[in-house]
Design a protein around this ligand. Structure first.
Ligand SMILES: Cc1ncc(COP(=O)(O)O)c(C=O)c1O
Length: 386
């Protein structure tokens, strides 16, 4: 297809037409089981009626007045978020990378220190600060000079990490499960020790919940499952069920450092985005939703682990909740293509990991159908090879 777009994305040979619940329809009329939720965003399923209704109502009331106005919608959503997290202050942005930029800026300003420690294989975004915090050289290539003051400690290696976190550290930014880096779960003891060391040195702990948050792991936020106590939390992707919106949440004592004029965004926190978030959080808090995620997670891991035992290609099935990585010995692109031929879409995480992020609302039957397609595609790809 001829295109006027920059070729920044490796696009599939599929044209999105519409979507509903856990199904995506392409322009040629084919239907696909959605095992990716728009890269972990449409957690409550496509076109969730309560969220559509909330956005539609706001659409006709006005989209944007600017942050010169007081917005009661922002206050309501900030109250929902602070009630859910125990943090006291919220800044709204439009994307995950912006939420992390806000956290990094605030950490430096509040501590008067420059150094930000993140981890190898991490992903925090594509703007300069968040990109510099991202511990993957392939993401940095060609963009030098990157802002200074960023170091990368080895993930899940506390003995080494200890050398990076010092009294010069402004903040440690960490994912509890590295998503883009290959669905790599942080070890409980590692994350707890990192938190303790950051606190001992007066460094702030920023937890990036952009991929793991909003029910993805069976808790509202993944750090709650690990029992961690962050100073700041960033969230985007699923926050508005796919509507572009993000938030940086922080402790009350950080409030004086983000005074008028110190940071901002024109469109961040606009009423349309707030309507999406308000309804999404309401759905997230539906009694039973999170325990259903846990039940479906158990089903999925059992299904995949049983069948993958005999596989020559699969080395590990890992993750948490409905964030699942199937690590393979070889590039997974042909497996993903085979899955598409069979009617399901999923993601890669790096070159050799299949990443499953189905909508949290997917039914058990539909999930099982999707997982059968994953396994068939893995087996058939292995067969073609031998
Ligand atoms: C953990 C994490 N942080 C930050 C980001 C960046 O979010 P966005 O693409 O909305 O800027 C992502 C996106 O994949 C992510 O997975």
């Amino acid at each position: 297809m001829s295109t006027r777009l920059f070729p920044t994305y490796k696009r599939w040979d599929l044209t999105f037409e519409s979507a509903s619940g856990d199904t995506i329809t392409t322009a040629d009329g084919r239907e696909f089981i959605d095992l990716m939720s728009g890269i972990g965003t449409v957690n409550m399923g496509h076109n969730h009626p309560e969220i559509v209704d909330a956005v539609e109502k706001q659409l006709h009331r006005g989209w944007h007045g600017s942050n010169f106005f007081q917005y009661k919608q922002q206050e309501e959503v900030a109250t929902q978020l602070t009630t859910m997290t125990g943090l006291q202050r919220v800044f709204f942005a439009n994307s995950g990378t912006e939420a992390n930029e806000a956290a990094i800026k605030l950490a430096r300003k509040a501590t008067g220190r420059e150094e930000i420690v993140s981890f190898t294989q991490s992903f925090h975004g594509r703007t300069y600060g968040s990109m510099a915090a991202t511990g993957q050289t392939k993401i940095h290539e060609g963009y030098a000079p990157l802002p200074g003051g960023f170091t990368y400690a080895p993930y899940n290696d506390y003995a080494q990490t200890e050398k990076y976190i010092t009294s010069d550290t402004a903040a440690v930014i960490v994912e509890t499960i590295q998503g883009e880096g290959g669905v790599i779960p942080g070890a409980q003891a590692f994350l707890e020790k990192v938190e303790a060391l950051a606190k001992a040195h007066g460094a702030l702990l920023i937890i990036d919940e952009i991929q793991t948050g909003m029910g993805r792991t069976g808790e509202r936020f993944s750090y709650q499952k690990f029992g961690l106590d962050p100073d700041m939390v960033t969230v985007a992707k699923g926050l508005g069920n796919g509507f572009p919106v993000a938030a940086m949440m922080g402790r009350e004592d950080l409030q004086p450092y983000f005074g008028p004029g110190s940071h901002g965004t024109t469109l961040g926190g606009n009423p349309l985005a707030m309507a999406a978030v308000h309804a999404t959080l309401h759905v997230l808090n539906t009694p039973g939703l999170l325990s259903e995620v846990e039940a479906k997670s158990k089903q999925a891991f059992q299904h995949l682990r049983n069948q993958c035992e005999a596989s020559d290609i699969v080395t590990e099935v890992r993750g948490n909740g409905l964030m699942i990585g199937i690590a393979c010995e070889e590039p997974v692109a042909p497996i993903l293509t085979k899955m598409q031929e069979k009617g399901a879409v999923a993601l890669p995480a790096g070159e050799k990991v299949i990443r499953l992020l189905p909508p949290l609302t997917i039914s058990e039957e539909r999930l099982a159908q999707g997982l059968d397609i994953v396994m068939e595609a893995i087996k058939e790809t292995a067969k073609t090879k031998s």
